[in-house]
Design a protein around this ligand. Sequence first.
Ligand SMILES: C[S@@+](CC[C@H](N)C(=O)[O-])C[C@H]1O[C@@H](n2cnc3c(N)ncnc32)[C@H](O)[C@@H]1O
Length: 320
Amino acid sequence: MASTHSTADWVTERTSMSLDSGADRHLWEGGRRYHAYREGRYSLPNDEIEQQREELMHILVMDILEHELYLAPMAEPPTKVMDIATGIGLWAIEMGDRYPEANILGVDLSPIQPTSVPPNVTFQVDDVEDTWVHENDYDFIHMREASGYMRSTPAVIESAIAHLKPGGWFELQEFHWVAEKEDGTIDHKIPVNRYMDHMMSAAASTEGRKIPIVPEIGDIMKRAGFVDIKKKTYRVPYGTWHSDPVARRRGAVLTLNAELLLPTSDKVLGYIGVTPEQAEALYAECVDMFHDSSIHCYATYYVWYGRKPEEVEDSAATSR
Ligand SMILES: C[S@@+](CC[C@H](N)C(=O)[O-])C[C@H]1O[C@@H](n2cnc3c(N)ncnc32)[C@H](O)[C@@H]1O
């Protein structure tokens, strides 16, 4: 990564830098605010509405994981932690509160993290797709809800393993938005799946990215060199049709989140010629679907984790 400023540094610099400096200012388009540092890298806004959506997502994920911040089976709590693409930094702040002995670094393109945080938590404005200038002694690197936005998720995962100490853990958590029916099959004609198919082709064809489907992350981690790779999955219903009150509560929050997320897709869908009017119509169909209690489908929350081998395991593997 090219720069290592803390949020506090950026705040200081913001008062003295010209508006052309890039990291501090924001860009506005269609009434939404976007990051300016490495302009265009990330397609979603960073404004108040998006920050509220992120907060909602954090609440949902904490509910799904029953208030665990990570699932990697570390023998001891981590001491040097990085949160890749930290967003508003809630995960990093809660890690800092829960593990006062640990140092937590959150990195993001946008300076949208609070300035009043636990003393062991630092934020940097940076692009995790650049070459990392960090040390290689992290014992835990975490990445949540960000792999779908990278140009090359495999490259970011390779940077993560290179900067973990031997025996350190990496964990990636992400929603797989493709809607599965109760029997696990996928109907590509339902609105949310048509929306997902469009988003994947738009990213691939025009932005030159191949969004890894979340179920493939384990293979990417394996190719990067991780061992002891495990996956946990959690189904969350779209809508509030479920008879179980916990599933219904999660479905309600997921639906609200999806409804806030949909209208941020105009730009990406525009890359494959979907007009704003057509996009609007597709969003409306998705919303109708979420509120149609006769349609029973689920999104899936994935937690992937894996360990960087110890050097002795490395050489044993090489000599085999
Ligand atoms: C959907 S938010 C998730 C935020 C946070 N990880 C969470 O789970 O609450 C995705 C974040 O990824 C950040 N991001 C995307 N590409 C990035 C990059 N190349 N370098 C750093 N941050 C990036 C965005 O700025 C955004 O804050």
